[in-house]
Design a binder for this molecule. Structure first.
Ligand code: 1GP
Length: 236
């Protein structure tokens, strides 16, 4: 199956998508069976794996275990090229287009190519846009870029449209993991209205109402990390 085509199909049918983001550094191996069963019982449609600062080498083993025990597609959401696993199904090939750090715009991507060429991963070009969220998040710290002003919706639209014109297949509006404030609903709405490609939204969404509001504003796929990490019963 082609994961991107399924995302497009869902958008056409107005079927909203939900990704649970797992940070390999925070997964407790002993609790993995319970974690996976909770994911399987949840409304999640995708599992994203990654983080800004993954230091562990359990990535492959973790994905193998997930694949053995869940039918959900596994999509890499890497902070850098060391976080590529051939065991996953697809990779969000991110370019941090809100920032002006060439390492995260193109350098890491160039370095990732020899690794990707040895895998069968489906590569999904993603324009990754970091939005100011009231606190400094790991993305900001690690990428050494400034997030975009949360009040300047026009500039965010313009950035998303530039990503689309460059050929990105997804736009990801990111407040950052553990963000104090999620991406503003008005911004989600305006960006969704002004691009054709699917819109991913994540960062600082901590309850079901937040997920629903993001969908209603126009998000096609919502990403939940911290809230599920902190409470495995989040979706109960
Ligand atoms: C981070 O968008 C994701 O990259 C999820 O953020 O951990 O705040 O849910 P949270």
């Amino acid at each position: 199956t082609n994961i991107y085509n399924e995302i497009i199909q869902s958008k056409v049918e107005s079927q909203k998508l939900l990704a649970i983001l797992l940070d390999p550094d925070k997964v407790v191996w002993e609790n993995l069976a319970v974690l996976i069963s909770k994911i399987n019982q949840s409304p999640a449609t995708h599992i994203f794996i990654g983080g800004s600062l993954v230091t562990t080498n359990i990535l492959d083993d973790l994905i193998v275990k997930l694949k053995q025990n869940s039918t959900l597609p596994i999509v890499l959401f890497p902070g850098n090229p060391s976080q590529i696993s051939t065991e996953a199904d697809a990779i969000l090939f991110l370019s941090l287009i809100s920032g002006r750090n060439p390492d995260y715009l193109i350098e890491h991507q160039v370095n990732a190519v020899p690794i990707l060429k040895q895998t069968d991963l489906e590569v999904i070009s993603t324009g990754y846009i970091l939005i100011e969220s009231g606190n400094e998040t790991a993305v900001e710290r690690v990428s050494k870029t400034k997030p975009l002003d949360r009040n300047d919706i026009d500039y965010v639209i313009q950035t998303a449209q530039a990503g689309e014109m460059l050929g990105n297949k997804l736009i990801y509006l990111e407040a950052g993991s553990g963000a104090k404030q999620a991406v503003p609903l008005e911004m989600i709405k305006k960006v969704a209205q002004n691009i054709e490609i699917p819109l991913v939204v994540g960062g600082g969404i901590v309850n079901l109402q937040g997920i629903q509001k993001a969908y209603h504003a126009g998000a096609d796929l919502v990403v939940i990390g911290t809230a599920f990490e902190n409470d495995i019963n989040f979706f109960d």
